[in-house]
Design a protein around this ligand. Structure first.
Ligand code: PLP
Length: 203
């Protein structure tokens, strides 16, 4: 997935023309502007995912308009997506990933593994929501190859959850520009690559 935050719609159009189809955005308003840009509306197969911190009062803007909300970091947020998703009726289900904070870092979103295990039964039973897997942003490491242990730990957590609950979690979103190769070696099914696709983000 190409992470297009801060980059203009024209950059997304250029990446689409080169074959990219999945784009990740971090800010709801910025994404709305881009998604409605005439330069992007007619691009077939273009899918958006949300990868920023999401407040509950912004859920309604994303629901059904993004392929995947990757950053569901609390049961309260999942419940809000469920409430709104279920009220659409039919077979609608918003695809989500559960964000995990393996190292318990302060100021970084995500379920602690123990909290996730406790919440798993409720999360996977929520109507209007389709839990597809896990995502994480590992602690900053001096050398990208040091993130291998972090990615391996996320995959191990996923394997444990699949063994303990009647749930499939096929998606593992892990790895960014500096460490996506290592993440893929450890089982990533999605990598979130910004800088390596678009160049440095303008300040
Ligand atoms: C910005 C961002 C990325 C992309 O980071 P790069 O290092 O530019 O590849 C990936 N994931 C998340 C959650 C981001 O916010």
């Amino acid at each position: 997935m190409a992470v297009s935050k801060v980059h203009p719609a024209s950059a997304v159009a250029e990446a689409w023309a080169a074959g990219a189809r999945d784009f990740g955005e971090n800010y709801v308003q910025e994404w709305q502007r881009k998604a409605e840009d005439p330069a992007l509306l007619a691009r077939s197969g273009l899918r958006w995912s949300f990868i920023g911190h999401l407040q509950r009062n912004k859920v309604r803007h994303l629901l059904g308009r993004v392929d995947l909300i990757e950053t569901v970091d609390s049961t309260r947020l999942a419940r809000e997506i469920s409430r709104r998703g279920a009220s659409r009726g039919g077979s609608f289900a918003q695809k989500i990933l559960l964000q995990v904070n393996l190292a318990g870092e302060e100021g970084k979103g995500g379920f602690h593994p123990d909290a996730l295990r406790s919440a798993m039964s409720e999360l996977t039973a929520l109507p209007g929501v389709d839990v597809r897997g896990l995502m994480h942003i590992p602690p900053a490491r001096r050398n990208p190859s040091e993130t291998r242990v972090d990615h391996r730990a996320l995959r191990t957590l996923r394997d444990g959850l699949e063994a303990a609950y009647p749930v499939g979690l096929p998606v593992l979103s892990m790895g960014m520009s500096s460490d996506f190769e290592v993440a893929i070696e450890e089982g990533a099914t999605r990598v979130r690559v910004g800088t390596a696709v678009f160049g440095a983000r303008p300040r």
